[in-house]
Design a protein around this ligand. Sequence first.
Ligand SMILES: [Zn+2]
Ligand SMILES: [Zn+2]
Length: 257
Amino acid sequence: MKLYPLFSSSKGNCTYIGNSSFGLLVDCGVSYRKLQGALLDNSLDIGKIRAVLITHEHTDHTKGLRMLTRHHAIPVYATPRTLDVLYDRGDIGSSAVPAEGTFSIGEALINPFPVPHDAVSPCGYRIDFEECACGVCTDTGKVTDRMVESLRGVNAALIEANYDSQMLKNGFYPKEIKDRLSSGMGHLSNRQCGEFAAQLIKSGTSQIVLGHMSENNNTPEYAMAGVTAVLTREGLESGRDYMLSLASQMYGKYISF
Ligand SMILES: [Zn+2]
Ligand SMILES: [Zn+2]
């Protein structure tokens, strides 16, 4: 099983999960054209995508959905209230399926779970496929027991290291935005991400991918160092207990597990 974080940043998010003959997209927050480029770049066939799982309605997760679903009859899965918003905006050009409880798409078992974020009904996804499991859980204001429980034991997890607290504090963003980001309904700091990663690694996760990095309030170096510092403090060692990588903002390559 492979996880391709094709795009991951505050500008656009889209992850391909599966293999060359079966794929699921989590979010479609880049233009159809960019998505086509990234798939081509990874030798992936758009015709193998069986579903698009949407985490929430923010445009950095949905920008390309309208065009993708008009060109291809790929069903869209999202929580019922998120689906309502997507419908109202005209974002769905194909069929829509409410993502509730545990459901399967082909051989894959999908588990959506709620996350705290300032959207109508945001969720993360756990995907079990071919005796492996992975999770995508970005856009979360804090780490909840439900998130940790839902992702327990996944082989790989894409989680967010959105901002460095000091950079955010000293940065140019207006106070309201700074407050929103760190409110518990916004995004995770590098430190919070480290704490989340530590809990996942202790539950059996071996690969952690850091994504959804802010362009203005973080750097790849800060994200890696901030998360690693927490993991080290927790007695976890890179190489022995886990592998940590950073999702590219654009045209990312896969990790396999
Ligand atoms: Zn986002
Ligand atoms: Zn969001």
